[in-house]
Ligand binder design. Structure first.
Ligand code: SAM
Ligand code: SF4
Ligand code: SF4
Length: 362
């Protein structure tokens, strides 16, 4: 196990900003990256902390009692996040997802939601493990949150408790989902990370349970994010297999994407009782239309989930740079972007010291 205990801080190193002035020629069009993809989505990690220790994300052996989370002084304030959101909007971002770590652990998150809503022009959503959603749902909705994604890896209590490794019960997540629906955050997306031999035998139960509920379960292939989750290709259940298994009992048909760059491939039940999604980062890369950037809790900007380094926007926020200078830096960063990790994944790339999911924001 010791070979999985890597100095995570190494992977957070900043790379220099691309130089001013010479870059337009590298992008096919203004606002596009080198592969012709626009910047549309920003995922903001509001904390690197979490009360779960999901084995595929924050394994206990690494994220134990001695693990050094970010000190308060390193963390972006709500004012800094809102300022960046405004600047990102000027660069084409129209969708923001708040994430983490566990975003609901960030104190007064409702205040940040209100600040982003006041900027206007964003579709705003949040991904949560739902551990405190039942008591937060109404406040989140009143603050202006529109939609929510809840992670739930199994309806089998024993399997779920083992996967979150915090002995957290299924019933409380279901109560969180119900509270969110009652607060007006429905339809809710439910993320299930599927790991072979761990929870894949509970896929059908999950599909059956939420069929007809109006909520949308999204089955996610276990990914080699970070450097600590012991990822192996053998543990991945290809989405095509998930679709086949569900279709055999509850017939499905493919549905067109809702918008350019949608991550989940959509399928609907032929009997009209709802839909599911599959997210196939490993077996069917979707880099070609990837419009996402990620802002870490301490203000590092990453242009790929599987990045090994990012750009330090906090330095610009705190060195007196004006908004248009920060906007220009973001523009330059996006212009030189060439990421397509999932298209070029190999056993060697999987072993790279990539940024941890809990830090970069899922
Ligand atoms: N704590 C929140 C939660 O779990 O919903 C938000 C952050 S979490 C990093 C965001 C999403 O990433 C969750 O749905 C989680 O299941 C997913 N995730 C984390 N590690 C993953 C991995 N190795 N492969 C696939 N999905 C993963
Ligand atoms: Fe926490 Fe979410 Fe990671 Fe699980 S997936 S450890 S809930 S951040
Ligand atoms: Fe986007 Fe990187 Fe994922 Fe490809 S691997 S879809 S570029 S985040």
């Amino acid at each position: 196990m010791t070979d999985r205990i890597v100095p995570l801080v190494d992977a957070r190193r900043a790379k220099p900003l691309p130089p001013v002035g010479t870059l337009r020629a590298t992008g096919p069009e203004p606002g596009m990256d080198t592969r012709g993809r626009p910047l549309r989505d920003l995922r903001i990690s509001v904390t690197d902390r979490c009360n779960f220790r999901c084995t595929y994300c924050m394994p206990k052996e690494v994220f134990g009692p001695d693990y050094q989370f970010l000190p308060r002084s390193a963390v972006l304030s709500f004012e800094e996040i809102a300022r960046l959101a405004r600047i990102f909007k000027s660069q084409g971002v129209s969708k923001i997802r708040l994430t983490g770590g566990e975003p609901l652990l960030r104190k007064d998150l409702e205040r940040l939601i209100g600040m982003i809503v006041d900027i206007g022009g964003f579709e705003l959503t949040l991904t949560t493990n739902a551990s405190i959603l039942a008591r937060k749902a109404r406040a989140l909705k009143s603050a202006g949150l529109e939609r929510i994604t809840v992670s739930l890896d199994s309806l089998d209590d024993r399997v779920f408790r083992a996967m979150n490794d915090a002995d957290y019960p299924v019933a409380s997540v279901l109560a969180g989902i119900d509270a969110a629906a009652a607060a007006g955050l429905a339809p809710i997306k439910i993320n299930m990370v599927v790991k072979r031999g761990v929870n894949d035998h509970t896929v059908l139960d999950m599909a059956r349970h939420f069929k007809g509920s109006g909520h949308i379960v999204r089955f996610i292939e276990f990914m080699d994010v970070g450097a600590t989750n012991g990822w192996r290709m053998d543990d991945v259940v290809p989405s095509a297999e998930i679709v086949r298994r569900i279709d055999a009992e509850m017939p499905l048909e493919a549905v067109d994407p809702n918008y350019y760059g949608e991550v989940a491939e959509r399928w609907r039940y032929r009997d009209g009782t709802g839909e599911i999604g599959v997210i196939s980062s490993v077996t069917q890369a979707f880099c070609r239309t990837c419009t996402r950037a990620r802002l870490s809790t301490e203000g590092m900007l990453y242009t790929c989930l599987f990045a090994t380094s990012g750009y330090d926007l906090r330095a610009l926020l705190r060195d007196g740079s004006a908004d248009d200078q920060i906007a220009d830096a973001i523009d330059r960063i996006w212009q030189v972007r060439a990421d397509r990790y999932s298209e070029i994944r190999t056993a060697e790339t999987a072993a790279l010291r990539k940024i941890e999911m809990s830090y970069i924001g899922g």
